[in-house]
Write a protein that binds this ligand. Structure first.
Ligand code: SAH
Length: 237
């Protein structure tokens, strides 16, 4: 894990500005999300992760802009505000067991680790999986459990999870295995493509970030939190 002193480098100012931007966008979207602020520990964790180390050399200069960036294989790392919001919504906190579907470059997994979570993360693209195994090890995030495969099946041997994050957009339905693998009292955050006819025709169905909560009795509720744009979740990959 990283500590502030270690990352107090030439990006420190940009990283602090990113946190400001996240706080600002949190306020701007509160009408949707119902959260005018995120838990301070989420922002603190993001302040400790060197985002520039998750990017290709040509994108490093953009590392702390509040926007998505390419990570190879036609995939993207989410904008920092969305990473923060999803971490907050899924209840990520010290000692929580969190499953991530869509490891990508490993940035979200690193943020969850800095929050003190035990993290399991599944990636379906072999090249990304391999690169991220090396990156997370080199950055001292070796404790993240990584798997190459179809994350829509979850990680049954490690279930149940206190929180689940899906970082690619499901087509209409949230994979049932993920809801099953959520603990009572747990929260699952997943972008869902609404698949409206116009959106589908344009090749860009509207997506909403959905929050699925399972209460202490196992009763599941769902609400849309925010319009978003994610790469598609590939079922059966
Ligand atoms: N959370 C990532 C961003 C991921 S982009 C990060 O911090 O970098 C979405 C990722 O989901 C892509 O890497 C994509 O390959 C992966 N993905 C898509 N469908 C998947 C599936 N069924 N199982 C696992 N990973 C999947």
């Amino acid at each position: 894990m990283r500590h502030e002193a270690e990352t107090g480098d030439r990006f420190a100012e940009a990283r602090a500005a990113m946190l400001e931007k996240i706080a600002q966008e949190t306020v701007e979207t509160a009408g949707w999300t119902g959260r005018p602020q995120l838990r301070p520990e989420v922002l603190e964790a993001m302040g400790r992760v060197p985002r520039e180390k998750f990017l290709a050399p040509q994108d490093v200069g953009e590392a702390y802009r509040n926007r998505p960036l390419p990570i190879g294989c036609a995939q993207t790392i989410s904008q920092p505000f969305i990473v923060a919001l999803m971490s907050d919504l899924c209840g990520a906190a010290a000692g929580k067991r969190i499953l991530e579907v869509g490891t990508g470059c490993g940035y979200q997994a690193a943020v969850l680790t800095e929050l003190g979570c035990d993290v399991w993360s599944v990636e379906s693209i072999s090249a990304l999986y391999k690169g991220t195994c090396t990156r997370l090890r080199d950055l001292d995030y070796a404790q993240v459990h990584l798997r190459h495969g179809d994350g829509t099946q979850g990680w049954p041997e490690a279930a149940p999870f206190d929180g689940i994050l899906v970082t690619a957009a499901a087509a209409q339905r949230i994979p049932p295995a993920l809801i099953e693998q959520l603990s009572p009292g747990g929260a699952l955050v997943c972008p869902v493509a609404e698949g409206g006819s116009l959106g589908s025709l344009l090749g860009q169905p509207a997506q909403k970030l959905c929050l699925i909560e399972k209460d202490a009795y196992g009763v599941v509720s769902r609400r849309a939190v925010l319009p978003v744009a994610f790469v598609p979740l590939v079922e059966g990959s």
